[in-house]
Design a binder for this molecule. Structure first.
Ligand SMILES: NC(=O)c1ccc[n+]([C@@H]2O[C@H](COP(=O)([O-])OP(=O)(O)OC[C@H]3O[C@@H](n4cnc5c(N)ncnc54)[C@H](O)[C@@H]3O)[C@@H](O)[C@H]2O)c1
Length: 298
């Protein structure tokens, strides 16, 4: 049984903590919002305004703090405040705690922001007195508790092999595939790319919907068919190698051809324009010979 602290007990924090509780671990929730604490306590949960590690054995401290955007950028102020408070709590302990970044953060945050902040506030050294790790959350808000209990993918990152092992031991019983990384920035990148990929697919089909609506066509049966015909949709390994622009005949022809069709019927396709632009950029950068171009579809 592990000792677990959840710092930031909102959607992700409470799903995480409740999942660990059900698995038999000892969990304490921390949050700065009084209504949130009242709500957790009303459910019989151990919830506090401050993290207190005095007298605690080695624990996992999960940072599930908010990381909203402000325009084009992340606002890490609440995340940093909560992390600094964890650093101050680490000053009061000699146990070898593991601080786990579970929030979605821009790549580089765990080692560029969390590590120096914890060291500054605690007067202790990461990698010696405590360790840091990344473990991004993939749950969906609508089914948060269930998704935590039955993950399909668990990503763990730490420079410390022992910490990777300990976290894998804690999370493996929930099932799903476990992927280990040494560099926390790679795990942070995974989570950002995961969300951006989902967003891109949704925008892709919305853009197609605008064209189909303009042509008087029902998108649903079209999209459902393409979801099974297009290799990019059904083959997870297709098209994921960076630095390889598409080429051949069909993809360049039909992307540009369809842009002309859209223009003729007065529908903007900024995503398709961007697809062509990115490909041109990469083709220029790698300047491959035509017969070396990697991705071809009939
Ligand atoms: N909601 C989702 O579906 C989801 C899924 C995966 C990942 N994430 C990521 O998880 C992180 C948390 O998201 P969320 O949806 O749970 O946010 P949330 O707003 O529901 O919860 C954050 C909690 O942190 C508390 N908090 C703020 N400052 C604090 C501090 N200094 N100390 C302690 N607690 C503090 C807030 O009061 C709030 O209860 C974000 O990085 C988010 O991007 C969210």
């Amino acid at each position: 049984m592990a000792r677990i602290f959840i710092v930031g007990s909102g959607v992700v924090g409470s799903a995480t903590g409740k999942g660990f509780l059900r698995a038999g671990h000892e969990v304490t929730f921390v949050d700065v919002a009084r209504p949130r604490l009242d709500h957790l306590r009303s459910q019989g949960l151990d919830a506090h305004e401050m993290l207190d590690l005095r007298g605690e054995p080695d624990a996992f401290i999960f940072l599930t703090l908010p990381t909203p955007n402000v325009g084009n950028g992340y606002d890490l102020s609440a995340f940093k405040d909560g992390t600094a408070a964890v650093g101050r709590a680490l000053a009061d302990t000699t146990a070898a705690h593991v601080v786990v970044v579970r929030s979605t953060v821009p790549p580089g945050t765990t080692e560029g922001v969390v590590k120096p902040l914890l060291e500054k506030e605690s007067g202790r050294t990461a990698g010696e007195d405590f360790t840091i790790a990344g473990n991004p959350e993939f749950l969906r808000a609508a089914s948060a508790v269930e998704d935590f209990r039955h993950p399909w993918m668990t990503v763990i990152a730490s420079r410390s092999a022992r910490t990777r092992e300990r976290l894998a031991g804690l999370l493996a019983p929930f099932g799903g595939e476990i992927r280990l990384f040494t560099d926390p920035a790679e795990a942070e990148f995974v989570k950002c790319a995961h969300n951006i990929y989902n967003a891109t697919k949704i925008s892709f089909w919305n853009e197609m919907w605008l064209v189909s609506r303009s042509l008087g066509l029902d998108l649903d049966p079209i999209a459902q068919t393409v979801a099974r015909s297009a290799e990019a949709s059904y083959n997870p390994d297709y098209g994921i190698r960076g630095g390889s622009p598409y080429g051949g005949v069909c993809l360049p022809k039909d992307t540009r051809g369809f842009l002309g069709l859209a223009e003729a019927i007065g529908v903007d396709m900024p995503l398709l324009e961007a697809v062509v632009k990115v490909n041109d950029l990469l083709a220029g950068e790698s300047a491959p010979e035509p017969d070396e171009l990697s991705v071809e579809a009939a």
